[in-house]
Design a protein around this ligand. Structure first.
Ligand code: SF4
Length: 228
């Protein structure tokens, strides 16, 4: 029986406890060896799978690794190297522009504040949160990607739709020490079980807590529509 706990704080804590048990090694799945490579990988991962990004950066970072490399890169050549990535042309432009700003305004160092990061081309709050958390050990918010967005709504933790509004709701109910791991756990569960089109509610560790469970609820709260 999928029934959420009465208070959202309780529901969030119960969900996290189960997911910590289910995914004890949950962490970021992008590969990088410096803060700048992390920034590049996260920019490339927007609307693209981490696997594809890792496959691309494995070769890319052999030739382009520093802000200077990207700042001096030829647009067409860089875009060609990113051609298996979604929106590769735009992303090549964002990376060249962000790298120039980092070289010219930040002495070649990736900034460590939300406002300086989001001033860079191609860097929104989600990307900045990842770079702050994994590049600088600064936790200022909760990274809301497509999995966090979908699962948070399915599990009754928020009714908001915009990532920024979802993040605000989650920050109100999730203890700060869990903000970073919350994202990784939700991504792991979203990939393994609670997929967008065909969640495996029969085999889900959250089934009894989930108001969207297909086993006894007709509505997917992520979309607000009946399960098909
Ligand atoms: S898999 Fe089903 S029961 Fe589990 S969280 Fe997703 S919708 Fe809920």
């Amino acid at each position: 029986m999928g029934t959420p706990l009465a208070e959202r704080e309780e529901q969030a804590t119960a969900v996290l406890d189960r997911l910590y048990d289910a995914y004890p090694d949950s962490t970021i799945s992008l590969n990088y060896s410096s803060r700048f490579e992390l920034l590049v990988a996260v920019v490339l991962s927007a609307q693209c799978t981490d696997e594809r990004v890792n496959a691309t950066t494995a070769e890319l970072f052999e030739e382009y690794a520093t802000p200077q490399d990207f700042a001096n890169a030829d647009q067409d050549e860089l875009a060609e190297r990113l051609s298996s990535i979604t929106y590769y042309n735009n992303k090549a432009g964002y990376l060249r522009s962000a790298a120039r700003d980092i070289v010219e305004e930040h002495d070649g160092e990736v900034p460590d504040t939300m406002s300086e990061l989001t001033d860079l081309d191609g860097v929104g709050r989600k990307t900045a949160n990842v770079v702050l958390q994994h590049g600088h050990d600064v936790v200022e918010g909760i990274v809301v990607d497509t999995h966090v967005q979908r699962l948070s709504r399915r599990l009754g933790l928020t009714e908001a739709r915009r990532p920024e509004a979802i993040e605000e709701d989650l920050m109100d109910i999730v203890p700060k020490e869990n903000w970073q791991q919350f994202t990784h756990l939700f991504i792991d569960h979203g990939r393994a079980t609670c997929t967008a089109r065909n969640p495996d509610c029969d085999d889900c560790v959250l089934e009894d807590l989930c108001p969207s469970s297909k086993l006894d609820n007709g509505i997917d709260l992520a979309s607000g529509k009946e399960w098909s």
